[in-house]
Every structure is written in C-alpha cells, then in structure tokens.
Write a protein that binds this ligand. Structure first.
Ligand SMILES: [Zn+2]
Length: 362
C-alpha cells in the first residue's frame, strides 16, 4: 500500500512537474465533448414562431425574399424589425413590406432623442410616434443609447426615467402598442476585467463594451431607472429586452415581474443563461408562461438551432454557438407544447397588434 502511494507520487512528480505541458489559451481550449447521450439537433421550430427582436436596417430598400427563404427554413412566420426608424424612413420600410410580404414582417418605430430639453420635446416626440403608428408601425423600440449616451440640450445624461420622456410612454399606452426597451448591458461589463469575470472573453474581444460606475453610471442605477419608469406607466405595455439583464437571476426577475404586471420579457442573446439552468428556467417558464416572448436579436439563421434545442428538447451538455457568451455547455428545458406555443407566438399575438392570427395554429 505504502509503496504504491510513493510510486504514485513519483509518477506525478516526473510526469506532471518535470515535463512542462504546453500552455494553451482559454480561447483555444475547446475540446469536443466525449459524452454520449441522445441528441436532437433542431434546425426548425416545432411551431411557427414570431421573432420579436430582430434588426433589418436595410428594410426600406432590401429584397425581402432573401429573408423569407431563411425564415421559412426556421419556421419563422413573422419577423419583428425593431430598427424601423421614424418619419419617412419608417414609411418606406412599411411600404416595402406591404408591397411584397405584408403578413410576414412587423415594423417598430424608434424615437429621435435629439433635442431633449427643448420646449415641448416630449409632446413632439409623442406626436411623431402617433404619426408613425398611423403609417404602419406596431410598436416602439428603445435602444440602449437611452441611459448610456443620450444627452439633453445642456449636455446632461438623459436618464431612462427622465420625466421629459413621459409623454412618449403615455402615448404608447394610448395607442396600445408595446415598447420593447433595452437598458444597460450584462452586469459583468461593469465588473473588473479579470479571471473572476464570466464575460472576460467578450470584453477582451469587444473592449468598447467595458463600462464603469462613471461610464456612464453604475449598473444598478440604470436598472433602477428602467424599473421606476415601468412603474410610473402601468397602462403602457413594456417588453424588457434580454430578460431585463436578469437571465442569470431568475428569482429576482420573477420578483420584478410580480411587482410590474405591465412588463414582459424576451430572451434575445441570453439563451446561454437559460441553457445552463434548465430546471430553474423551466420553473420560470412555467410560472411566467404568459409573459415571455421569443427574441433572438442578431440575425444569424444558423444560431436559432441553439434556441430551439434549449426550449424544446431534454438534450444534455450540448455546445453553444459563441464562446464569448458562454464557455459552458447547454441543457434543454423540454417545455411542453402549451408553453412552447405561448412563447413562440401566442404571447406576441396578444401583445403586438396587427399580426395575422390565421398564420398560427390554435
Ligand atoms: Zn437588439
């Protein structure tokens, strides 16, 4: 017994310490899994779905057939283009859609934040929104520049809950259109960029995403601004993009949804957070099945496969498509059909006006 232990220790010393193993970068260490378990690679959603978080900046002039081909392969019946702009550009996007594929695209308007602080800015912006909706917009998208970089005419940061914006939120409620809003970014972007940071690789590859308490404000401050604004406008329906940046803390997100019945969430770019906690996520999807919408954000048709697999299957330890979002593997939640239907289309049909219900099953 004793002799074996000594040999073992010698083995470690000679093999492990005296010969130096080649060093490897974290980015390069990506061994394929040796785990053998059932696999269900999905290239198509089980039910027709509505992607509520997409960006097509070229919509006024593009050939929409290029999108339709990919959408049909994925079983995406309706794409919501959040980058609809406003005024004439919005009209041109809507015209292109109506002329070619009137049922397959929904366009959201955007607010022009230039001039906040000038007289009647809020009323004018609300009026513009009203006109955009008359011209075919079916929602309002607020980009993360609100809170980050939008400044008033005196150069001061415009907070997400700035009362000068209230007429816009109020108008959206009156028009019965949802406001999909992205505020801040993942919390680790504010944390020290070191070996303890889960988003180290993303910050290394996208250094401009790094934030600090003064650039422009602490993460908690931005989130609190958003939540105060949601609470101040209970008659307006909001969709917090990216699970409100709480996909890694679903208990907290559930608490927020309980406090704010006018708020819904979509999971664009955060499926890797759900796929690492399939049990917790399934409980969350069960409890909040009427408040969750399907969103993806970046238009990369191949990447939808990961979303379908996390939502639909009970597959274990399968790869995610972007290491800078997740260096961990995915697990499927195996959601039942009735919840899948709500997440894939029923909730969006209820919240976003003017989508043709006939495109979807009961
Ligand atoms: Zn987006």
């Amino acid at each position: 017994m004793k002799k074996n232990l000594v040999c073992f220790l010698i083995f470690i010393t000679t093999e492990g310490c005296s010969q130096t193993a080649p060093r490897m970068d974290f980015e390069n260490y990506n061994p394929p899994s040796t785990l053998v378990v059932p696999e269900h690679k999905l290239t198509r959603a089980k039910f027709p779905f509505i992607d509520v978080h997409n960006h097509q900046e070229e919509m006024p002039t593009m050939d929409l057939r290029t999108l339709i081909t990919d959408m049909d392969k994925l079983n995406m019946k309706v794409m919501v283009n959040l980058s609809g702009s406003n005024g004439d550009e919005l009209k041109r996007s809507v015209k292109n859609v109506r002329d070619h594929f009137s049922k397959r695209f929904i366009v959201f308007a955007n607010v022009d934040f230039n001039g906040v602080g000038s007289e009647d800015w809020g009323e004018k912006a609300a009026k513009q929104l009203e006109e955009d909706v008359r011209n075919g917009a079916n929602g309002l998208k607020i980009f993360k520049n609100l809170g980050f970089s939008v400044r008033d005419i005196k150069g001061k940061r415009v907070t997400v809950d700035d009362p000068r914006l209230d007429p816009v939120w109020k108008k959206a409620g009156e028009l019965k259109i949802p406001v999909l809003i992205h505020t801040a970014d993942p919390k680790p972007f504010w944390d020290p960029m070191d070996s303890m940071n889960e988003r180290w690789l993303e910050l290394a590859s996208h250094p401009y995403r790094k934030r600090s308490n003064t650039d422009p404000a602490p993460w908690d401050t931005l989130m609190a601004e958003q939540h105060r604004m949601f609470k101040k406008h209970p008659r307006t329906t909001f969709i917090a993009a990216h699970f409100g940046w709480y996909p890694n803390n679903l208990a907290k997100l559930g608490q927020l949804l309980d406090e704010m019945p006018n708020v819904n969430v979509e999971f664009g770019a955060v499926i890797a957070e759900l796929g690492r906690q399939p049990h917790m996520a399934k409980k969350f999807f069960t409890k909040y099945q009427d408040r969750i919408l399907f969103g993806k954000d970046s238009w990369a048709p191949d990447e939808y496969a990961t979303y379908f697999r996390v939502l639909e299957t009970e597959d274990e330890y399968f790869p995610y498509h972007k290491k800078y979002h997740a260096f961990w593997a995915m697990y499927g939640m195996g959601l039942p059909d009735d919840i899948l239907k709500k997440v894939y289309y029923k909730n969006a049909l209820r919240i976003i006006p003017n989508i043709d219900k006939m495109l979807f099953p009961e």
